[in-house]
Write a protein of this length. Structure first.
Lengths: 260, 257
């Protein structure tokens, strides 16, 4: 009885959820048939499908998507390692926090994409410059999470370390790091979304031609709206897949923390 | 008492040490061509000279005035629409069921990824910048409004009904004040994202604005102009964020009191 009922509400939800996209799709289709001007801005949906098949068959789309993914994950790795190291310094030493904290928070305010011209001037617009922008996107949140995590270590645990006369190194490895770990993991997982956006953004801004951003820039230059839409959809789908994975993993990290 | 004051002064002073040390190191390194930054880094004096030069020829004010206007216009449209849309989704389940899935799907797409499409549709003039800022503002505000409405205790609405409030009056007297703290947080996030995406849009295609100033500086190898641009974009972003945070804290204080 209740199962049937909830089944019906789920059906209703799905039906309602599809109403608006279908209606907008219909309007789009109508707009695309209103002369050449309409067909330019509102590319016929058949063309979008055709464009997708074209770049999917030629392997172009997969190649560029993989290159953006690789960039995002490399940046995540580099930025996270640097972020954990820097965050540990901020979180463990009050002096360092006082001295470096204001600089860190000040720099963090500069919009990442606003650093692109400066980084371009200093490091050119090759892979290294892009990696730097993407790594910075991960560095800021991970450093913040690490410092926060280390500051919230329970006093009792630290007293235990003192009672056991643990050295600095052992205190860090056995007490501080494990209690900060869930914060760090959460920070790294959140950073993935930022590195994804930063990869696409830096590909667009550095006028390089690789990755989904470069793919989009080329499609725009060629006036291929269908391919631009294919690129946007790919960015959206890959981004949401990562989001789902991150949320799942994040819940697991939190669960482990509550259990301990 | 005097002691507490002294520690306070010391703490405050310590905060300035980092930036000051950086300034000293920067000046030192760029003082002579033989020093580490002598060849590659613009010196602080050079930046001051640049400020004077760009102020004299009016360029700085030109760029500096364009970006906030675009931000305000785009944010006005985006946040206004976001507020209405968010209220609707928070109040009506049907509205949420109809619009929710598409809303969350589009929300997943980074605003910056829309720039090429918007350029194709609107060209590289003002419109596409305002639209992309509006997109970046719309979603956080709409989300905050929806969550804000949903988290209002039922009792508030019942009190409103008892007083005979309906429709717009209910929204104005009960809903808006109760959801204000959540809304301000959404607005802060919206402003931050809008500012980032506007700077990116100006770098990609524009003839004015701070982003364009930096991009021109890069193309003409004027590092001083780029550094000044980075400093100004950062400061503006910081001020936006700080003022919204202050507002948030005041509103939160009202709430707990």
């Amino acid at each position: 009885m209740t199962a049937a009922r909830s089944g019906r509400t789920v059906g209703r939800r799905i039906a309602l959820g599809f109403t608006l996209p279908l209606a907008l799709g219909g309007l789009w289709h109508l707009a695309s048939r209103r002369g050449p001007g309409g067909a330019y801005a509102f590319v016929p949906l058949r063309d979008v499908a055709g464009g997708f098949l074209e770049v999917a068959r030629s392997g172009e789309l997969r190649y560029d998507a993989l290159s953006t993914l690789r960039e995002a994950f490399t940046g995540l790795l580099v930025g996270s390692v640097a972020g954990v190291a820097f965050g540990a310094v901020l979180g463990l030493s009050r002096t360092a926090d006082r001295l470096l904290g204001p600089l860190y928070h000040g720099l963090r305010q500069v919009p990442l994409m606003g650093l692109v011209p400066l980084i371009g001037l200093w490091f050119g617009n090759g892979a290294g410059a892009k990696l730097l922008v993407v790594s910075l996107a991960a560095f800021y949140p991970v450093a913040l999470a690490t410092a926060d995590g280390l500051r919230q270590v329970e006093r009792a645990h630290l007293e235990l370390a003192r009672a056991l006369v643990l050295g600095r190194r052992d205190t860090f490895r056995q007490i501080l790091l494990p209690s900060a770990a869930p914060f760090i993991v959460t920070g790294v997982l959140q950073a993935l979304a930022f590195t994804w956006i930063a990869s696409v953004g830096s590909e667009l801004l550095f006028s390089a031609t690789s990755g989904l951003g470069g793919f989009m820039a080329l499609a725009q230059a060629a006036g291929r709206m269908d391919l631009v839409i294919v690129a946007i959809a790919s960015i959206a789908v890959l981004g949401s897949l990562m989001n789902v994975a991150v949320t799942r993993l994040g819940r697991r990290a939190q669960r482990w923390r509550h259990a301990s | 008492m005097a002691n507490a004051r002294q520690t306070w002064l010391l703490e405050r002073g310590a905060l300035a040490v980092g930036p000051l040390a950086l300034l000293v190191a920067w000046t030192w390194a760029t003082r002579r061509p033989t020093r580490p930054g002598g060849q590659v880094l613009a010196s602080p004096e050079q930046i001051f000279g640049t400020v004077r030069e760009l102020l004299a020829n009016g360029q700085l004010l030109h760029h500096l005035s364009k970006s906030p206007v675009r931000l305000a216009l785009g944010f006005g449209f985006g946040a206004g629409a976001g507020l209405v849309f968010g209220l609707l989704m928070g109040l009506s389940r049907t509205a949420e069921e109809v619009c929710g899935p598409l809303f969350h799907a589009i929300r997943q797409v980074p605003s910056i990824a829309f720039i090429p499409m918007l350029i194709l549709v609107f060209g590289i003039e003002e419109t596409f910048k305002i639209v992309v800022v509006a997109k970046a503002s719309f979603f956080p505000v709409a989300l905050a409004a929806t969550d804000g409405v949903k988290s209002i205790p039922r009792g508030f609405l019942e009190v409103g009904r008892v007083y005979g409030l309906r429709g717009p009056a209910l929204v104005r007297c009960i809903l808006l004040p109760a959801m204000l703290p959540a809304l301000v947080t959404g607005i802060r996030i919206a402003l931050g994202r809008s500012w980032t995406v506007l700077v990116a849009a100006e770098i990609i295609a524009s003839e004015s604005g701070l982003g364009q100033m930096m991009e021109m500086g890069r193309q003409t190898m004027r590092q001083d102009v780029v550094l000044l641009g980075v400093f100004l974009t950062g400061t503006f972003g910081f001020l936006l964020d700080r003022s919204m945070r202050l507002l948030e804290r005041r509103l939160a204080a009202w709430r707990t009191a």
